[in-house]
Design a protein around this ligand. Structure first.
Ligand code: IFM
Length: 439
């Protein structure tokens, strides 16, 4: 089924998303070191030990990248402003970095693109990482300072601000599973990061509201947790995965509580008096962003410590990341958010996309199908009552896929990482056709 913008409500926004470290090139513009630089320099953490020094060199090529968005008939661009570029040591503003984002936002407005900014898409400045990063409560206050600094410069022109991108990745994937920087596998560090990343969100919202800034939200990623079998222990395992991945964050923000089944494991490791922060964490937001990619089948893993979980492979086709393609999950989360958590609050699909081993000669039909299947799921969710206001494809460009280096290609636009040449893929052209306006 091919959809067009006219299948969605008037004013629905279509865009693409990127993130600073993944595209900009951190060797330019006075950016300071961040924890991804050291994580990637440690053997075994990142494929071929690749880092974000050059990435897509968006730092110099941003005009052509914004032109690509415009030529695809997009309405909005979701980008992030790197903490280590704005404040190389985590606390001192860098005029060159601020100037860069100033130019970038003006470039979006010149092209009629609405700037959707994200504050933290994972560039923890090394100076703060040295002091414990998200395991240290003080980092949350430094984050609010960063939020204020960049907002004072570009807040008058952005359409919306997300505080944090994917707190589950920041906290669990990075401090419990050890897969992303800082690469810890430590339940105590994880419990602290799970709480502090939300406290940082709350402090930043409070600070920005105090400055009169509007349209503030957060971007959560959701994973569709299903039991591998109907055995009670597998059903319980899926409920726990749903708690760790999904409920922890949305319930803190909307109900000021953490799920009991997750506290069973984390409570002994939580920072002192964490309950006192819940009102700040659960203050009003103006919108919620959902990133959705896949589902997981969960099973009980006997004989292993809490959370005693393992994944079981599903039978759906998989992407280059090995992630199952499961568009029903997007419909599930959009309608679940509306029904159980946020009511009419505006929802945005802030990321959805797939990696594929693309080259410049072969049409990426598989991505086109993926994209339209997820747009159809979004349309169904709207019909079923979810107040979805926009959809951002991840990603505009092939880019630095964190621990996977440059190997996994998510872009609508192919990037040759030797020449940095951009080549729109067939999915880009299909989306551009779907988004064409009548005028
Ligand atoms: O590349 C990432 C992005 O930084 C955050 N969300 C998931 C994407 C694909 O893994």
């Amino acid at each position: 089924m091919t959809l067009s913008r006219f299948d969605f409500p008037e004013g629905f926004l279509f865009g693409a998303a990127t993130a600073a470290y993944q595209i900009e090139g951190m060797q330019w513009g006075g950016a300071g070191p961040c924890h991804w630089d050291t994580f990637s320099a440690t053997p075994g953490n990142v494929v071929r030990a690749e880092n974000g020094d050059t990435a897509c060199d968006h730092y110099h090529n941003w005009p052509q990248d914004l032109d690509l968005l415009k030529r695809a008939n997009m309405d909005a661009y979701r980008f992030s402003t790197a903490w280590n570029r704005v404040m190389p040591d985590g606390v001192t503003p860098n005029p060159e970095g601020l100037d860069f984002y100033d130019r970038l936002v003006d470039g979006m407005l010149d092209r009629g693109l609405k700037p959707f900014q994200t504050l933290y898409h994972w560039e923890m400045p090394s100076a703060l990482a040295d002091k414990g990063g998200w395991t240290n409560r003080d980092t949350c206050h430094r984050f609010a300072d960063f939020a204020e600094c960049i907002t004072a410069r570009i807040g008058d022109r952005v359409a919306s601000i997300a505080t944090i991108n994917e707190p589950w990745c920041v906290a669990w994937l990075s401090h419990f599973m050890g897969i992303h920087a800082p690469g810890l596998r430590d339940i105590r560090a994880a419990a602290r990061a799970m709480h502090h990343i939300l406290l940082a969100h709350g402090l930043a919202v409070e600070r920005l509201r105090g400055m009169g800034q509007g349209n503030l939200g957060i971007v959560l990623n959701f994973d569709y947790a299903q039991p591998a079998t109907d055995k009670p222990e597998d059903v319980k395992a899926a409920a726990l995965w749903d708690g760790i991945f999904n409920r922890w964050f949305i319930e803190a923000i909307t109900r000021r509580t953490y799920p009991e089944n997750v506290l069973e494991g984390l409570a002994p490791h939580m920072p002192a008096n964490w309950q006192d922060d819940m009102a700040l964490i659960g203050q009003r937001v103006d919108w919620l962003g959902l990133n959705y990619y896949t589902r997981h089948l969960n099973a009980h893993a006997p004989g292993t410590p809490w959370p005693s979980l393992k994944d079981v492979a599903g039978d759906r086709p998989k992407t280059q990341m090995g992630w199952e393609i499961y568009p029903e999950g997007l419909h599930h989360f959009l309608t679940r958010m509306a029904k159980d958590y946020v009511g009419d609050l505006p929802l945005y699909v802030t990321e959805n996309g797939m990696a594929n081993a693309d080259d410049t000669d072969t049409p990426d039909k598989v991505r086109e199908d993926f994209l339209f299947a997820h747009l159809a799921a979004t349309k169904r969710a709207i019909a079923d009552g979810a107040n979805v206001k926009g959809f951002f494809y991840w990603s505009l460009l092939d880019n630095y896929e964190w621990a996977e280096g440059y190997e996994k290609r998510f872009g609508l636009v192919h990037v040759d990482f030797d020449t940095l040449k951009r080549t729109p893929k067939s999915s880009y052209h299909a989306l551009a056709r779907a988004l064409a306006r009548n005028d």
